[in-house]
Design a protein around this ligand. Structure first.
Ligand code: F6P
Length: 341
């Protein structure tokens, strides 16, 4: 069986660990493996290449993806879907392992409905895919954000400032909530809850009154001051209809300073959260997903995705994994609130 592997959407620590695992397990099953360049774009353009065991040697700890990635959506390109099927036929590809988040796996689900034999692996630092408890990459992003919050504490205290730390996560607040709890943030703001500026200022002032001359506010890039109104970097939409989020941190810092009179600054962590080597936990999870995905192919369980339920890797349908966003657990947020102010 000839099996193609692709990585789509934003990159994420652990992608290479999955690729290595699919190749190693796949070769043990007797598959011939090929890589697809830059996600779905490579299948549209016919850009595939042989992936041997040698090609994946040494990539386990590397960030990024040796295959490249893009946010190409074949359903938004003229003739895109036909081109994908043409490539699959010409290259003699029997099955595709699609490693991606909500968007890439949404395309995978639709292509599966159209007859493509494929399986999925859940990737994203945002951890917003339903059907799985955790996506790989999330643990690394949370670790990086937590270290940043730790570092911001000393400079905030030295200057008697409020520092707002803006983290990624799109429309889910998992990175903000987990790193905020781990880093001991004084306020954590997530998209799942509207921002109450008066309450944020009150929390900061409560600390001031207790003699704490600084505060750390962690905000998810998708948190909203007004419901339905994202802070965005520009008005352009990508091929999946997403805006580029960003700017809520700067807005908050200005508002906090205006309302409290305390000098405030913003730090936007951005792509630092996605780059570099995965944590040991993400390497293990990515490896388990990759091995399981190769087994799904061997068992011809098309349209399924590897998922983590508790401590077990199980198969869930791509339909289930992409039908809604996995949002922050309100109970965890309420627990975090114990430490606000
Ligand atoms: O989905 C992962 C993610 O890093 C989001 O957290 C963020 O909003 C987005 O991708 C950024 O995308 P880009 O790589 O296009 O800047």
């Amino acid at each position: 069986m000839k099996v193609a592997i692709l990585t789509g959407g934003g990159d994420c620590p652990g992608l290479n660990a999955v690729i290595r695992a699919v190749v190693r397990r796949g070769e043990a099953h007797g598959f011939e493996l090929v890589g697809v360049r830059d996600g779905w774009r490579g299948l549209i353009d016919g850009h595939t290449f042989r992936l041997s065991r040698d090609a994946v040697s040494g990539i386990l700890p590397l960030g990024g993806t040796i295959l490249g990635t893009s946010r190409t959506n074949p359903f938004k390109r003229e003739g895109g879907v036909d081109a994908v099927f043409r490539t699959v036929e010409r290259a003699g590809i029997d099955a595709v392992v699609a490693i991606g988040g909500e968007d890439t796996l949404g395309v995978a689900k639709r292509l599966f409905d159209e007859g493509l034999q494929l399986v999925g692996v859940p990737k994203t630092i945002d951890n917003d895919l339903s059907g799985t408890d955790y996506t790989f990459g999330f643990d690394t992003a949370v670790g990086i954000a937590t270290e940043a919050i730790d570092r911001l504490h000393s400079t905030a205290e030295a200057h008697s400032r409020v520092i707002v730390c803006e983290v990624m996560g799109r429309h889910a607040g998992h990175i903000a909530l987990h790193s905020g709890i781990a880093g001991g943030a004084d306020v954590i703001l997530v998209p799942e809850r509207p921002i109450d500026l008066a309450q944020v200022a009150a929390w900061v002032m409560a600390r001031q009154e207790r003699g704490k001359n600084f505060s750390i506010v962690v905000v998810a890039e998708g948190a909203q001051v007004e419901q339905g109104k994202d802070a965005t970097l520009n008005a352009e939409l990508d091929e999946f209809g997403h805006v580029r989020l960003g700017g809520i941190g700067a807005y908050l810092a200005k508002e906090i300073e205006r309302r409290t009179g305390i000098e405030s600054r913003v730090t936007v962590l951005g792509h630092i959260q996605r780059g570099g080597t995965p944590t040991a936990r993400d390497r293990v999870l990515a490896t388990r997903y990759g091995v399981f995905a190769a087994d799904l192919v061997r068992d011809r369980r098309w349209g399924m995705m590897a998922a983590l339920h508790g401590d077990d890797i199980v198969a869930v349908s791509l339909d289930e994994a992409t039908k809604e966003l996995h949002l922050v657990d309100p109970k965890l947020y309420e627990m975090a609130e114990v430490f606000f102010g």
